[in-house]
Structures are given as structure tokens and as C-alpha cells.
Design a binder for this molecule. Structure first.
Ligand code: ADP
Ligand code: MG
Length: 227
């Protein structure tokens, strides 16, 4: 399991001009490791995740997931690849209000064409892994913000993804809960062997990351070597 971004350049239309959101970015993330990506607002962090998630096609460069290069895949093939191999955690949990925590996870199996009932044991194991075994039957309004974000993380892992992409998961949480979510992501990365990219603007949380990459004006640098 691994994720490779090779020489990615992404531009957006900007009036008559083009704005370069990612400038020749290369990043390899081995399975079982977490790379944190930090950088100022507008530096290209979310664009990097959108390209890695195959939600946005770059102007040039390649995305390789688990040995498969995504260049030239159809929209349908990409949708399938995402469902099978990529877990995505955005800033806001976007849980379905009427479903319990366990059901939020089981829906993912259903979308992947598997039986939600058969997926129940895995859903329970993942809820246990994020410390929510007791809250499995609660709906989002019965959970705290930190608990909802942990359901979100467990849901992203439901289909056993090779790649886990996480965008500013702590921005709605206080410092202590934010730190707990980062520790959880690091532990799950090692346990589930995912190739994880975690975008954050809060460096204070990053003691547990395997590696920290910095983005400035769309250019990525890796100051510290992989531990
Ligand atoms: P970050 O997540 O680090 O704040 P983004 O990746 O969201 O940065 O944005 C990088 C740059 O690309 C910014 O200048 C932003 O305004 C621009 N940008 C992001 N998304 C779009 C878009 N869909 N269309 C045009 N410009 C965009
Ligand atoms: Mg962003």
C-alpha cells in the first residue's frame, strides 16, 4: 500500500491568467506512515489532497495508488478506485442526521456493494478503535464535536482503504480534543497500514507524525527525512 504523487502541477483559471496552485509537487507516502502537510492558508494544501483523492485532475504529473497509475482512467473507474482504496476525512464530518454511528459506517459497505449486516462486525471494531464502542447506537446530535469527528474517521476506514486523506480535522475542536484526534489518526495509520496525508495548520499537534512536509505557494518541501 502506498501513494505517490509525481511532478504534479495544477493551475486554476484566474481572470485572463492562470493561478498555480501546485507547482511540480512530488511526494511518496509509504503504507503505514503518516505525512503531515503544513502551510499557510491558500498555499495549496487542499488542492494537494483533491489531486491525491483523484477528485481533481492535475495539468501534469501522475497519481499512483497502490501501484495503479490513475492517468487516463474514466470518471467511472476513478469513482470505483476511490470507493475501494481511498478514505477521505474533511473538516466537517457531514454525518447523516438520521443514522446511528454504526449505521454511518455500514452505509459505506452498502455503497461498495456489500451487505450492511455483514459489515456490522467491522463497523463495531472500528468504532471500538476510535473509542466509541459505547456510542454505536447514538445519532449525530447525541454526540460531541470530537466524537462526530471520530465517527467520520472510522467511516473513512470502513472499506479498508490503502490511502487515507485528512483535511484539517481539528479545526472545529479545542486543543486537547484536536491533539487526541491526531494521535488517533497516527495510531490507526500504523494499525491499518494506510498511506496517510494529514493537512493541518496547527504544528503543535504534529509530534506524532512520521514526517512533516511544508507547502508554500504550491511548492512542497520535505525538511526532515523519513524516520
Ligand atoms: P489551502 O488549502 O492551503 O488553503 P487551497 O489548495 O485551497 O489552499 O488553494 C490554493 C490556491 O488555489 C489559493 O490561491 C486558492 O484561492 C486557489 N483555489 C483553490 N481552489 C480553487 C478553485 N476551485 N478555483 C480557483 N482557484 C482555486
Ligand atoms: Mg484548505
Amino acid at each position: 500500500m502506498s501513494l505517490s504523487l509525481t511532478d504534479i502541477t495544477l493551475t486554476y483559471a484566474d481572470g485572463d491568467d492562470r493561478l498555480t496552485a501546485l507547482d511540480q509537487v512530488t511526494l511518496d507516502v509509504p503504507g503505514g506512515s503518516l505525512t503531515a502537510v503544513v502551510g499557510p492558508s491558500g498555499s495549496g494544501k487542499s488542492s494537494l489532497l483533491a489531486v491525491a483523492a483523484t477528485l481533481v485532475t492535475p495539468d501534469s504529473g501522475t497519481v499512483t495508488i497502490d501501484g495503479t497509475t490513475t492517468t487516463g482512467m474514466t470518471r467511472g473507474e476513478l469513482t470505483e478506485l476511490r470507493r475501494r482504496t481511498i478514505g477521505i476525512v474533511f473538516q466537517q464530518p457531514n454525518l447523516l442526521p438520521s443514522l446511528t454511528a454504526a449505521e454511518q459506517l455500514q452505509v459505506m459497505a452498502h455503497l461498495d456493494g456489500r451487505s450492511p449486516a455483514k459489515a456490522q462486525p467491522r463497523a463495531m471494531r472500528l468504532l471500538d478503535a476510535v473509542g466509541l464502542a459505547e456510542q454505536a447506537d447514538r445519532r449525530p446530535h447525541q454526540l460531541s464535536g470530537g466524537q462526530r469527528q471520530r465517527v467520520n474517521i472510522a467511516r473513512a476506514l470502513m472499506n479498508d482503504p490503502a490511502v487515507l486523506l485528512v483535511d484539517e480535522p481539528t479545526s472545529a475542536l479545542d486543543h486537547e480534543r484536536g491533539a487526541a484526534v491526531i494521535d488517533l489518526l497516527t495510531r490507526l495509520t500504523h494499525e491499518q497500514r494506510t498511506a496517510t496525508i494529514l493537512v493541518t495548520h496547527d504544528r503543535a499537534h504534529l509530534t506524532a507524525a512520521d514526517r512533516i512536509a511544508e507547502v508554500h505557494d504550491g511548492r512542497l518541501s520535505l525538511p526532515s527525512p523519513m524516520r
